[in-house]
Design a protein around this ligand. Structure first.
Ligand code: 3PY
Length: 167
């Protein structure tokens, strides 16, 4: 199950979008995530916290890869992992392989789409052979999901995705 920074207000209530995150909000977000982990532990499930980019999600708190890593590492529980969305990392921060390496101990899922266009790998500027190799080399053998539009036929998009992550 996937979470975004907007859901990390007091008791999990939505946070209004804003330009600046106040220090107290970090503490509330951490407490909310602990509460979510308690529920997840009872249910035997794992949540992921996903990074988003501010261009498409203006004012989203705890949006960046760095913010998500900070929160997940601070909570430090097996019920909470990172959903590392490399499309959002590329737009928000760039340097996707370095960010992936930093997140690796905490990654529960990797999501991909190329940029610009948010279509399947191979339709944009991102170097998927290098990214796929780097993920494998850093020991990432977890799920990789494509969250993308098909540039043309959906079956071609799926094939491009499969090919990009078959080493
Ligand atoms: O809304 C988005 O852009 C997402 O990536 C949701 O997971």
């Amino acid at each position: 199950m996937n979470l975004h920074g907007t859901g990390l207000g007091d008791q999990g209530l939505p946070i209004q979008q804003m330009a600046h995150v106040a220090p107290g909000m970090w503490l509330r977000a951490r407490d909310t995530l602990h509460g979510i982990c308690d529920m997840a532990e009872e249910e035997g499930v794992t949540f992921t916290l996903e990074n988003l980019n501010l261009r498409e999600h203006p004012g989203c708190p705890f949006n960046s890869t760095v913010d998500v890593l900070s929160l997940v590492a601070a909570v430090d529980r097996p019920q909470l992992r990172i959903n590392l969305d490399l499309y959002h990392t590329q737009i928000g921060e760039g340097d996707v392989i370095r960010h992936a390496k930093a997140c690796q101990p905490w990654i529960g899922e990797v999501q991909v789409a190329d940029n610009p266009g948010r279509c399947e790998p191979g339709t944009g500027e991102m170097n998927w052979p290098m990214i796929a190799r780097a993920l494998a080399d850093m020991g990432n053998d977890g799920p990789v999901g494509m969250e993308a539009f098909a540039k043309d036929k959906p079956e071609d998009a799926l094939e491009a995705f499969r090919a990009a992550f078959t080493l």
